[in-house]
Write a protein that binds this ligand. Structure first.
Ligand SMILES: Cc1cc2nc3c(=O)[nH]c(=O)nc-3n(C[C@H](O)[C@H](O)[C@H](O)COP(=O)(O)OP(=O)(O)OC[C@H]3O[C@@H](n4cnc5c(N)ncnc54)[C@H](O)[C@@H]3O)c2cc1C
Length: 403
């Protein structure tokens, strides 16, 4: 017997968990933390130890904050992000209104890192790629690129827009609107080094032909972040101009911005993203459930992606999954409860509705939408003026009562 023949193949390690979460973006990392905090054995698998600096959601506010609070992530968010409370909303060089309310700006990678830091045991994060899933009514078997294997009762697919794994399970993406929107992300600063005169600003598009929905400016630690959302053919030459000569192209598309920005420059790489609206089909499988972008993509301009994924995480992790794990089996009768959850369905539908509304409000130029657009901004601006006058009215009423 030669020395070589005595060497046995190393037995690939098998990791055992209650729940295997594939994909550690925002949806997967939040879900893993919520489930692990509740005492479940969780394995969160992602290809990368640190999420790359990809352009995704960069601001959290409004009702999203209530969900972050409910799920126990609000302190983590507040300590990782830049807070702002007032957004000046402008159009055609004039103030439409001012939005008042707590909001936070931060790079997506920092948001994901924050969610992962909330894992009670950091070793729950496995840096690897899931290459195959064998699912059944009982135990799910996952193959990892390293050769390791993972066994779990439930698999949560949170793989974002990457569809390869789902495809192998027979889950397909149905494209509802190809190249629905285009988004740009970059950071700006004033050339004289002075701060901008606003905390945050939203500037709405002026002409339907430009296809500009709005430019959102908000603080992040690196400076003033800009998110530009458009509904326009991604092959249009203006896309290249926006990447190459961002400052001039922006002012050409939004001339009313000039007085608010002064002389400014872009301080980092301009990132852009073309988004298809899509939803999965054939997803009802035993032992596997899809959340976040893995289930449905969202229009960035509508700002509903995070609201949707937070509903997914809350409904799955606080309600359905703990109940499923309490009894034997993981058949489709259990999994279907999540997909038919009224809150989930409402959030998914609202996201698609908002995507279509923003596109129409931005670029439809028929008379009906033209009137609707004018009324939309007129109503906002009148409400704002009445709100501003209100203290004066109250003072008048008070002095009349005193007289
Ligand atoms: C440009 C842009 C701007 C946006 N702006 C907003 C906004 O203003 N407001 C808003 O609410 N939403 C916005 N969104 C939407 C929001 O960012 C997404 O809904 C959200 O990031 C989706 O998170 P996720 O966890 O589902 O997917 P992702 O963050 O994409 O995470 C998927 C993860 O899965 C991992 N993965 C994939 N396959 C495997 C595998 N086989 N094995 C292991 N790991 C794997 C990847 O590495 C990745 O980490 C925006 C999106 C874009 C593209």
């Amino acid at each position: 017997m030669t020395a070589d023949s005595t060497v046995t193949e190393p037995i690939a390690t098998t990791i055992v968990a209650d729940i295997a979460i594939v994909g550690g973006g925002l949806a997967g990392s939040l879900a893993a933390s919520v489930l692990a905090r509740a005492g479940h054995r969780v394995a969160l698998v992602d290809k990368r130890a640190v999420h790359p600096e990809e352009f995704r959601v960069e601001k959290i506010g409004g009702r999203q904050l209530e969900m972050f609070r409910k799920l126990g992530f609000i302190d983590g968010l507040a300590s990782a992000a830049c807070r702002y409370d007032r957004v000046l909303n402008v159009r055609e060089g004039r103030v439409v209104d001012v939005s008042v309310g707590q909001a936070y700006g931060l790079p997506y990678a920092d948001l994901v890192a924050m969610a992962r830091r909330q894992l009670p045991d950091p070793s729950s994060l496995i840096v690897d790629e899931v290459t195959a899933i064998d699912c059944s009514d009982d135990i799910q078997h996952l193959a990892l690129a390293s050769g390791r294997r993972l066994e779990a009762r439930l698999v949560v697919l949170a793989t974002g827009m990457a569809g390869a794994l789902g495809y192998k399970l027979g889950i397909k993406r149905h494209v509802l609107a190809e190249r629905h929107s285009v988004s740009f992300g970059f950071t700006i600063a004033r050339r004289d080094g002075a701060p901008f005169d606003f905390e945050a600003l939203t500037c709405y598009g002026e002409r339907t032909a430009d296809g500009v929905d709005y430019l959102s400016l908000f603080p992040v630690r690196a400076g003033m972040r800009a998110n530009l959302f458009m509904f326009r053919d991604p092959t249009d030459p203006v896309m290249r101009e926006l990447r190459r000569d961002t400052e001039a192209t922006l002012l050409r598309l939004l001339p009313g911005l000039r007085p608010f920005l002064g002389d400014f420059r872009v301080t980092d790489r301009v990132q852009n993203w073309v988004m298809d609206l899509s939803v999965v089909e054939g997803h009802l499988r035993p032992g596997v459930v899809l959340i976040g972008d893995a289930f449905q993509t969202n229009c960035p301009a509508a700002g509903t992606g995070v609201a949707r994924l937070l509903v997914d995480v809350e409904r799955l992790c606080a309600e359905h999954a703990p109940r499923w794990l309490a009894t034997a089996g993981m058949g489709t009768e259990k999994i279907s409860q999540f997909y038919s959850d009224p809150d989930k369905i409402a959030a998914d539908q609202q996201s698609l509705k908002m995507a279509r509304f923003r596109q129409a409000l931005t670029s439809r130029n028929d008379i009906g939408w033209d009137v609707r657009r004018r009324l939309h901004f007129l109503r906002r601006s009148l409400t704002h003026r009445v709100d501003q006058m209100r203290p004066g009215w109250l003072a008048q009423v008070r002095s009349a009562l005193r007289a």
